[in-house]
Write a protein that binds this ligand. Structure first.
Ligand SMILES: *[C@@H]1O[C@H](CO)[C@@H](O)[C@H](O)[C@H]1NC(C)=O
Ligand SMILES: *[C@@H]1O[C@H](CO)[C@@H](O)[C@H](O)[C@H]1NC(C)=O
Ligand SMILES: *[C@@H]1O[C@H](CO)[C@@H](O)[C@H](O)[C@H]1NC(C)=O
Ligand SMILES: *[C@@H]1O[C@H](CO)[C@@H](O)[C@H](O)[C@H]1NC(C)=O
Length: 415
């Protein structure tokens, strides 16, 4: 990425154009997570460097593309764990929670800001991974993280217990490093884009992500997968869930030029609409931190022209919102599939109309693919966001450096 933030890292995130609620605050029952007397707590303090496990942790995903605009999981943090509703973001490494003293917290944290305890110093390798300019070496590890859309979180990196529940109910509570965000700024560009979650769950493959920390402690293989349902909700797993990998097709991940930036990127890809070429040989990012899908200017225009000429006079355009919309709500049948053809493996990632159109109200069906250049993102960027990741199991294998997918109904795991 050539977008630079204060910490040198600018992942791409959440964009909401006409959606007031970015993400609801879900009511949760704490009794299950803080009444640990029922549960066997495993390995709560000492990492088992000697042993390499192959655990899988399942999470229930909440949320949707519209109207909430994000998918979240509840993560239990602290010695007396509290649940925080965190936006799952495959486009960044840093996990952070809104924290006391809340110089500026966004509405999500009306809930209960985290109370930070153990700072980590600048010279901790996990601090260096996120902020190599941190100074002095033994001072607290501060960070400022800016997202592609202008939102930001600033705070300090801390270490605390995070609970992971096995399917049998036992809990593993390793001590992990994450951000304690005391100053959150919503995007200036789009004042609707307030962060209404309690924070972000960064699933990048950089050293400091929770995924990489669990993997380097020997608990899980460096894998994760998500399945976002178009009906809302879904499931997330950390570790190699072998049961779900049968019918996946794979394509290799491209390596980042900079070790600091760890988006999941693949290509070259040819994009087709109704089997006609939109653009060829581009790269795409898989980013659950973005609600919508973005195409570079040229690809966007080509797609739009193809859709228009295919529709002809069949549908009427409306422009009641900033998005491009057509009149009517049961009109998906008029739209053709978009196919992403990954050349290296000859594999296809198919976007049915359900994974690129939204129905914001009874009168409009709108294109959930936007022009990156008009949205303040890099002009040549292509991002597959939440909308187009729906109803697919998508697996990120950081060991073999490949991304796999298969159609799936994405029902939540039994819990
Ligand atoms: C769980 O935590 C909440 C909030 O800290 C507290 O009110 C409640 O009493 C706790 N319940 C148990 C069983 O410890
Ligand atoms: C906590 O666990 C104990 C022991 O199993 C049980 O008796 C009690 O009802 C539980 N309390 C809550 C709030 O779940
Ligand atoms: C639950 O599963 C974990 C991981 O396989 C295992 O270590 C633990 O002992 C199991 N707990 C119980 C109560 O069976
Ligand atoms: C859409 O908006 C443009 C500019 O605001 C306006 O000129 C045009 O007439 C509108 N089209 C429809 C179908 O409302």
């Amino acid at each position: 990425m050539d977008l630079k933030g204060t910490s040198g890292v600018v992942p791409l995130r959440k964009v909401l154009l006409f959606v007031l609620t970015l993400c609801a605050i879900f009511s949760v029952s704490l009794s299950k997570m803080n009444n640990t007397t029922n549960d066997k707590i495993l390995n709560s303090k000492m990492p088992q460097h000697s042993k390499s496990h192959d655990y899988t942790f399942h999470f229930v995903i909440h949320g949707n593309v519209y109207p909430l605009g994000c998918y979240t999981v509840k993560v239990a943090i602290g010695n007396l764990p509290k649940l925080y509703d965190l936006d799952i973001d495959s486009g960044s490494d840093l996990t952070w929670v809104q924290s006391k003293p809340c110089e500026s917290c966004t509405p999500g944290s009306q809930y209960y800001p985290y109370n930070p305890k153990n700072n980590i110093p600048c010279n901790d390798p996990l601090c260096v991974a996120l902020n190599k300019n941190c100074h002095p070496p033994t001072g607290p590890c501060t960070y400022t993280f800016k997202y592609g859309y202008g939102e930001s979180s600033s705070g300090i990196l801390v270490r605390d217990f995070i609970s992971f529940r096995f399917d049998n109910g036992s809990i593993l509570r390793p001590s992990l490093v994450f951000g304690s965000g005391v100053d959150q700024k919503p995007s200036e560009r789009h004042h609707f884009s307030h962060v209404k979650t309690d924070g972000v769950f960064g699933l990048g493959n950089g050293k400091a992500s929770i995924l990489s920390q669990l993997s380097s402690l020997g608990y899980i293989r460096n894998f994760f997968g998500h399945c976002l349902s178009s009906k809302g909700g879904g499931r997330l797993f950390l570790g190699n869930d072998k049961t779900s990998s049968k019918s996946l097709v794979w394509t290799p991940m491209l390596k980042s030029q900079s070790s600091n930036i760890d988006h999941y990127r693949a290509g070259p890809v040819d994009l087709l609409f109704n089997r006609k070429q939109i653009v060829k040989g581009v790269e795409v990012f898989f980013d659950t931190g973005c609600t919508y899908t973005y195409l570079n200017q040229k690809a966007y225009k080509a797609l739009f022209d193809l859709i228009n000429s295919d529709l002809g006079e069949k549908l009427q355009r409306t422009n009641s919102t900033r998005l491009i919309c057509w009149k009517g709500q049961n009109i998906f049948r008029y739209f053709k599939n978009i196919v992403l053809h990954f050349r290296k493996t000859n594999s296809e990632f198919i976007l049915t109309p359900e994974s690129y159109l939204i129905v914001p109200d009874p009168y409009n069906t709108c294109l959930g693919i936007l022009d990156a250049s008009k949205e303040g993102l890099r002009r040549d960027i292509n991002i597959i966001g939440d909308i187009s990741l729906q109803d697919k199991l998508v697996v990120y294998d950081n060991e073999k450096m490949q991304i796999g997918w298969s159609p799936d109904n994405c029902a939540s795991p039994p819990s």
